[in-house]
Design a protein around this ligand. Structure first.
Ligand code: KIV
Length: 289
């Protein structure tokens, strides 16, 4: 066995649990498929930098998404639309460097794959070669099926994203719930089956009625990852800044906030500024003799 040959342990999908079962290597698509067969639910969070990604990796989050939500949650844009490939490569490389165990999935941003399957392949290869991610995500069901097929044939694991697709914000006129009504529900099911058929290893279902998400989950062999898709998807994903209370202002209905980091960080910054003003910082213990 040479250095590049995986050991039998590395080669096997975890048969215990994703949480704790896989600790000496990165989570793989086979681990996620095995989790679906076991009925084990898993979590995904976005990450945009090495430091935060390292915290989530240590916390055992099996999959981290370098989402193009970096546009509005990290880079200060209003939407995901302006995000470029160069930005995604830089952010993704940082997340890979900051982690050891999580599978890292990177978004193909708007305009980086819609032209043709060849364009999708070119940019997916950049994310894998330059940033070192383990998989890419792209938006669209039937409309993206040919690109998914080509990527998968070329050895790129693809996570699909259907329902509300934020890169289409201007065409949708905002971020409305998708899949309501018979025709829209049937289209969502067709989209889900198309991405599975094309070889996607998982599919994000964003902002769809819980009952419809449950139906899709039951009909697919690949894991569904819900965000605003109710409790019955195989996995859940949240934008980390929403989950941890860093986002300013209103968050979507589907978000649960597990911390209030915006207040914690603001309080720390105010206390520091006050200490500087009063001369309480730096004290003797922070100074060199
Ligand atoms: O970019 C992103 O963060 C996403 C999630 C909302 C799934 O696509």
């Amino acid at each position: 066995m040479n250095a590049s040959t995986p050991s039998p342990a590395q080669n096997q999908a975890s048969t215990t649990t994703l949480y704790g079962g896989v600790t000496n290597r990165r989570v793989t698509v086979r681990d996620l498929a095995a989790a679906k067969r076991r009925g084990e639910k898993w979590s995904m969070l976005t990450a945009y930098d090495a430091l935060t990604a390292g915290v989530f990796d240590e916390a055992g989050i099996p999959v981290l998404l370098v989402g193009d939500s970096a546009g509005n949650c990290h880079l200060g844009y209003e939407t995901t639309v302006p995000v470029t490939m160069d930005q995604m490569v830089m952010l993704s490389a940082a997340v890979v460097r900051g982690t050891k165990r999580s599978m890292i999935v990177a978004d193909l941003p708007f305009g980086s794959y819609q032209e043709s399957p060849a364009q999708a392949m070119h940019n997916a290869a950049r994310l894998m070669k330059e940033a070192g991610v383990g998989a890419v995500k792209l938006e669209g069901g039937e409309r993206s099926a040919r690109s998914i097929e080509l990527l998968v044939e070329a050895g790129v694991p693809v996570m699909a994203h259907i329902g509300l697709t934020p890169q289409s914000v201007h065409a949708l006129g905002g971020y409305p719930v998708q899949g309501r009504g018979d025709e829209a529900a049937h289209q969502l099911l067709r989209d889900a089956k198309a991405v599975q058929q094309s070889g996607a290893f998982a599919v994000v279902l964003e902002a769809v009625p819980a009952e419809l998400a449950a139906q899709v989950t039951e009909q697919l062999a690949i894991p569904t990852v819900g965000i605003g898709g109710g409790p019955d998807t195989d996995a859940q994903v949240l934008v980390w800044t929403d989950m941890a209370g860093m986002t300013a202002g209103r968050v979507p209905k589907f978000v649960k906030q597990y911390a209030d980091l915006r207040t914690v960080l603001g309080d720390a910054a105010r206390a520091y500024a006050q200490d500087v003003r009063t001369g309480a910082f730096p004290a003797a213990e922070h100074s060199f003799t």
